[in-house]
Design a protein around this ligand. Sequence first.
Ligand code: NDP
Ligand code: OXD
Length: 310
Amino acid sequence: MTIIVSHPHREKIDWWIEQLQALLPSWTIRPIHDPGDVEAVTYAVAWKPKTGAFLPFPNLKAIVSLGAGIDHVLADRELPSGVPIIRTVGADLTQRMREYVALHVLRHHRDMPTITANQRERHWQQLVVPPATGRTVGIMGLGNLGGSAALTLAALGFETLGWSRTQREIEGVTTYAGDAGFDDFIGNCEILVCLLPLTEATTGILDAELFARLPRGASLINAGRGQHLVEADLAAALDDGQLSHATLDVFHIEPLPSEHPFWSHPRITVTPHIASLIDPATGSRIVAANIERFEQTGHVDDLADATRGY
Ligand code: NDP
Ligand code: OXD
């Protein structure tokens, strides 16, 4: 009964092993680079595993994603087929994402980037913005994270719109679904928040065509995945004023390379994939509980649908 832990950073592997071992004392928990008896390995706990990382383990019962997204697991073209993938989600992650979305929506809404730039110039300019009730914010993706963030924005008074693949009902939020609902949704979003999973259908969705359909001067917050965004299209939309500002938490390459132009772009705010960072202390409780439940029942609520891609 071995659980292996896979993470690009060795110190994080040690961190997770320590936390998980304390919660699952009857299990052997080992790093993927030193797994011991490969036949004994029945669970893999992973963030961004290498291609083919799980091939040596013939008895895997499930792969646990160290995050809500599973795109980093599905990116492994040699992933053993039919092995269930368990997402790590929970109140803690949802709360953090609500905080991030509220923080950055309010920042865009009150035009804090301009106020901050004005301060550097010692320029006193009393900008008049509407109250939240006069501002429309749209969220792409109404799952655990997007649905909960939408409730928070609605509670702050924003005119809140949400878009998902299938129709969702969320109190205080006007919801749209699929291709049919997209036009009505996108044309009104003065602040657009992306909390979609990365799938074939959503790759590159934040592109010039979408930006052109937003109200002029709209702003963007992307906390989904870097690959949702066509970076050159964002730069062009910011340059010509179609978009006023973007806050990006996720990138095509992470960490964002130091020479990347987004670091110093005056209308882009970069955050280092921290919108809702899972931490071993709380995350390990969710991971441990899911492994125990899956081991006992063969099922957990947080099972991803690999054919759907999320
Ligand atoms: P969920 O699976 O709970 O929700 C996904 C939502 O996206 C659902 O509402 C789903 O629609 C919708 N969706 C999926 N595909 C489409 C599509 N083609 N068109 C329209 N809507 C679509 O995911 P979570 O809320 O838990 O997480 C979302 C993503 O957030 C993760 O996959 C990850 O990429 C990112 N994330 C980022 C973090 C960060 O720190 N930056 C932290 C955690 C996650 P439906 O409701 O119909 O199924
Ligand atoms: C996640 C993430 O998917 O942190 O949980 O991005």
